[in-house]
Write a protein that binds this ligand. Structure first.
Ligand code: ZN
Length: 286
């Protein structure tokens, strides 16, 4: 899933490629993708792209007419910039991975795509991003919040730090992959309870958050949209590296189920050498 660094990079990429271009046509192939109907997408015809930015993990393409195309890429969504659509026929409804296509007046444009069968990609055409429910409930940005705000937000929601850190209403922008990386860097157990984290450990978690996200943004911005995913993978220390050695201490990275997915961590760095109990597994065994 694209998180704060990848969405930052996609916005930067769009600013470079699309700003100053006018929309020729918007095609929607999966009607479930578009969550708004007023104004209709035809309202974007001839509108000029003036900027692109992000709110948490939401991408926001801004037009001179005051409209915003706000996109949540969800787990399997992506943006593909196309130099040209030569020979391509209009999108067929409900066919293939392309959910929405924006054609620009220089012949280029971009597709919003979604792999797999779980269709979660969401696009909203609104006059104000705050009209998007997911944007309205976002907490402070994970990279913008000062230490006091960061600590106060995390402590305000009692729970396992892995879950609280990825709760977009607490802090915006962190998902499954970067929360694993941040907790590993902070040498903190993913199951530590937020309101019991010491001031010292909280300051370490804050620094880890800034370092991990800033490094990932620096690696990502300037990349072509197509190479962003491999760039993300190459920069990870623990996430999606089950069974591989920890780059810090050499211990074997372990995995445990969490929420509807799984998390990865290093026992030596994070949990005093003790593997975490897989609650889901032990429940099944019992
Ligand atoms: Zn380690």
């Amino acid at each position: 899933m694209p998180e704060l660094p990848e969405v930052t990079a996609l916005a930067a990429y769009l600013r470079e490629r699309a700003v100053g271009r006018h929309v020729e046509r918007v095609e929607v192939s999966a009607i479930s993708v578009l969550k708004t109907y007023d104004p209709p997408v035809t309202a974007l015809a001839r509108a000029e792209v003036t900027d692109a930015t992000r709110h948490g993990k939401f991408l926001d393409v801004i037009f001179d007419s005051g409209l915003h195309l706000v996109v949540h890429l969800a787990r399997a969504g992506w943006l593909q910039y196309r130099e040209g659509f030569a020979g391509s026929t209009p999108l067929k409804p409900g066919k293939g991975p392309i959910a929405l296509r924006v054609r620009l007046d220089d012949g280029s444009g971009f597709d919003l795509t979604e792999a797999g069968t779980q269709k979660k990609l969401a696009a909203y055409l609104v006059a104000d991003p705050a009209l998007v429910p997911g944007v309205a409930k976002l907490g402070p940005d994970a990279l913008g919040a000062p230490l006091e705000v960061f600590a106060e937000r995390l402590r305000s929601r009692r729970g396992q730090v892995k879950g609280v850190l990825t709760d977009q209403a607490v802090l915006a922008g962190i998902g499954n992959a970067y929360s694993d990386e941040i907790l590993h860097r902070a040498k903190l157990s993913p199951f530590a309870i937020t309101d019991r984290i010491s001031a010292e450990a909280m300051a370490q978690l804050y620094e880890a958050t800034r370092t991990v996200l800033t490094d990932a943004v620096e690696r990502s911005v300037g990349q072509q949209a197509a190479t962003l995913k491999s760039e993300k993978r190459s920069g990870l220390a623990v996430h999606a590296r089950t069974g591989l050695p920890c780059p810090v201490c050499g211990d074997t990275i372990r995995e445990v189920s969490f929420a509807d997915s799984s998390l990865q961590y290093c026992p030596t760095c994070q949990t005093g050498g003790k593997p975490l109990a897989d609650r889901r597994l032990s429940r099944l065994v019992r």
